[in-house]
Design a protein around this ligand. Sequence first.
Ligand SMILES: CC(C)(COP(=O)(O)OP(=O)(O)OC[C@H]1O[C@@H](n2cnc3c(N)ncnc32)[C@H](O)[C@@H]1OP(=O)(O)O)[C@@H](O)C(=O)NCCC(=O)NCCS
Length: 230
Amino acid sequence: MHHLLEMLRNRDAAGVARGIRDQAMRTRVSVGLQRDLRSEAPIPCARIPIEVRTASGAEILALLSSTGGPSSWHERRELAIRESHASQCLGQGFVAQEPASRRICFIQWVLRAEDNTRIRSFFKGRFPPLMRDEALFENAYTPPDFRGLGIMPAAMGRICEIVRSQGARLGITFVDHLNEASLRGCRKAGFVPYLIRRDYSFCGGLVHRRVFSPLTYLSPFSPFQPQNPQ
Ligand SMILES: CC(C)(COP(=O)(O)OP(=O)(O)OC[C@H]1O[C@@H](n2cnc3c(N)ncnc32)[C@H](O)[C@@H]1OP(=O)(O)O)[C@@H](O)C(=O)NCCC(=O)NCCS
């Protein structure tokens, strides 16, 4: 609804029409990607030096609230999602920071099988339950000032190493199929598509259906084809 109001304020007629149509029926397609954490994939380098470390929910919450006022509705929503996750202290939080300025340039959580009950309630069944040796990478966020510097794949690559040293064998993550930046970042960190999740929502979300389909065949022209990390 806030999104619709913002588009009305901006006199974005096409956006308003899209918003009304989406209230009637909306389909969201997400790609599940996985990586064998035991494989020795090279860790991509970011275009600035970064250090990766764990951080508590409270620390991440404080960092997010000092991230300045994001302008667009979309950006505010991205921040609000991370704030909500941080306030739940769900899973292990990681941050990447620029050593010179100490500024935080990436945030992500890793969740494990012991979090399954809380994953189910917090994410409302969006993820299949995790096995004991699986790790779910969730809610990656690079603040706008740091985007496009290759920080996501570099940080995720290092987080994979840490999580592997904690005994995880398989890394899993889900990305909206239109989120090209995140798909590219995940693929550069060695994750490859294996599952498609479709969420159908009708009547403004009153009726909802979710379908998981394994990706058994990928056309050579598919945008989900794995890429070689460079
Ligand atoms: C997705 C996100 C984490 C990527 O972080 P990042 O540190 O900027 O990642 P990168 O610098 O590696 O950029 C990713 C790739 O996408 C490209 N890219 C960036 N924005 C893009 C866009 N709008 N459309 C297409 N490609 C884009 C980059 O050029 C880069 O590709 P390249 O390495 O081949 O040049 C960041 O954009 C973000 O926080 N977005 C909002 C939250 C979000 O979507 N999180 C992911 C949830 S699954």
